[in-house]
Design a binder for this molecule. Sequence first.
Ligand code: FES
Length: 362
Amino acid sequence: MKNGVGLDVYLVIGILLGFAFIEIIAGHLKKSKRNKGEWIQEMGGFFVLSLLIKPLIVITTIYIGSVFFNQYQNILSDWNIFYLVPFYILIDDLLQYWYHRSGHEYEFLWKLHRSHHQAEQMGFFISYRNAGLYYVMMPNIWWLSLITFLGGGYAVAIGLVLKQLIIISSHSTLSWDKHLYKNKITSAIMSVIERIIVTPAFHHGHHGKSKLDGISDPNGNFGNMFSIWDQLFGTAVFSREFPTEYGLQIATNEKWTTSYFYPAVKSKDSSNILSKGFRKIDSTSFSPLITELKKGEKYLWCQCGKSQSQPFCDGSHHGSKIKPLLFEAQKDGKVRLCNCKATKNAPFCDGSHVQLKKQQSK
Ligand code: FES
């Protein structure tokens, strides 16, 4: 492969085997509850990405570049590698931050990215668990192809290996940082490290089921290699703890072929988000819901109006920019929780539904 791209595949396989070996020794793989389909999607996803999707995109980019923009070919080949690697990596990671975040905020991309979050256990391989189309559209692969065409293939190979080391370790069950938060000196060092790179605690928080555990935020911590983007764009949560529950709030059971080949292969279950013509049902109403709360307990109030467990969030907001509201009950007893989602005193009803009803009946 061109200028060193392709070498990284062998090194990444080496990193994966290293993590596999350690996870086997630690007994984590043996305890894994993954079914056959999940293993096929995770491992197959890695090989299809590395041996088919990525090479095809690189070859296509180089072909188009050499036909239409031949004068720019290899213009980066004189760049010092110490400038080129950071240049490549920083833009790559910024692109991936926004792509990953979009994968949570836009419905079509969420359908392609969702299987990554279905995993109820972490593991080094789940970073390769997405629909195939998610990788084809991933701007990073086009970016690395462009840099390769421009003569920066070695910078790409070095950058990818560094990046995969961080990404694979942040998905692994090994959690190298876990014990470092407990010691005063290493904890101080970690407060610098976690503000630069994505640590396992930071990324595990992104895979936790919901904010109810006080650790997770599936709508935050989108960074892949660096946590700086989350800090810059207001999505960082540093809990330094690990969720007790991973996965999606709504359990799903589609086949791996649907998860991987969507939208070419759709679910036959009409209630599944990956089925043909699936629409989320509006579950708002023009009256508040009288709900019993317990003092000191935390609740997630649905703000998107699509939950099927109103007034609480069931995870239906995924694929949109709307997030649930976390609140703690101040006393025991019944309260009127807003279900028109127009209240100015969330999560409580402030009477806005009366006005809203009048407006909609005009
Ligand atoms: S289902 Fe989560 S905010 Fe509506």
